[in-house]
Write a protein that binds this ligand. Structure first.
Ligand code: FES
Ligand code: FES
Length: 244
């Protein structure tokens, strides 16, 4: 997997150009420092340097590589409007809890908005709305992601699992049984997101250590302080699943 780290500065609107130039020069000088380049190279990083124009194009290219890019959607919208084709929202298709699903909506809307709105999935909860609390977590592929911070366009052709697809009252998932057995919740608001993080972990690593569980749940907040019980519950579920 290739990850990209952007280094840059955000200046408030109206910042005078000489100040921006000075800040950019400082960043550029820092990233060329031999000790920093050596450190990154040791970690396998490949430094890239871009002009502002190239930088503008790079994320667009990556979006397109990731699926139905927003640039492509905008291009199609522009063609439609030029040709006076009546505008309709582009359709984004994905599998939701194993069911092929088409959504006609603004591709920039958040996945959480779409799940809780038109698709009626109330399991993913709205907490912070800023990828900080994990209450909205769903599984995309093998990983838990914050649906509040995931644009609809980015999940085209992906597999999405929400808590509704994990288990039911009649047929609970081992994680759900373990959470009840360990009494690993109080108000429960965070729990659907935590269960999705835990389920993604067990999908990738069926035999996790306590440290693995803590790392997987690290970005999920629980204001009721049920963390220790939750870690015990995830380990319990893993043991139950392994014993089957
Ligand atoms: S609501 Fe999505 S991370 Fe908090
Ligand atoms: S159980 Fe209440 S926020 Fe986690």
């Amino acid at each position: 997997m290739r990850r990209t780290i952007w280094l840059g500065l955000m200046a408030p609107a109206g910042t005078p150009k000489p100040v921006i130039d000075k800040l950019n020069a400082a960043v550029n000088a820092a990233v060329k420092r031999p000790d920093i380049v050596k450190l990154w190279t040791e970690q396998g990083a490949v430094p890239m340097s871009m002009t502002p124009e190239e930088f503008d194009k790079y994320p667009a290219r990556r979006y397109c590589e990731m699926g139905r890019g927003r640039q492509e959607i905008r291009r199609q919208a522009a063609i439609r409007s030029r040709n006076k084709v009546p505008f309709s929202m582009p359709s984004v298709r994905f599998r939701l809890n194993g069911v092929e699903t088409d959504v006609d909506a603004d591709p920039d809307r958040s996945l959480l908005d779409i799940l809780r709105g038109p698709l009626g999935m109330t399991g993913p909860h709205f907490g912070c709305g800023a990828n900080e609390c994990g209450a909205c977590n769903v599984i995309v592929g093998d990983h838990a992601v914050a649906a509040c911070d995931t644009p609809l366009w980015s999940v085209a052709d992906k597999d999405i699992t929400t808590i509704e697809g994990l288990g039911s009252a009649e047929k609970p998932h081992p994680l759900q049984r373990a959470f009840i057995a360990e009494q690993a919740l109080q108000c429960g608001y965070c729990v659907s997101g935590i269960l999705m993080s835990a389920a993604a972990l067990l999908k990738r690593n069926p035999d996790p250590t306590g440290e693995d569980v803590k790392a997987a749940l690290d970005r999920n907040l629980c204001r009721c302080g049920s963390h220790n019980r939750m870690v015990r519950a995830v380990l319990r579920a893993a043991a139950e699943m392994a014993a089957r």
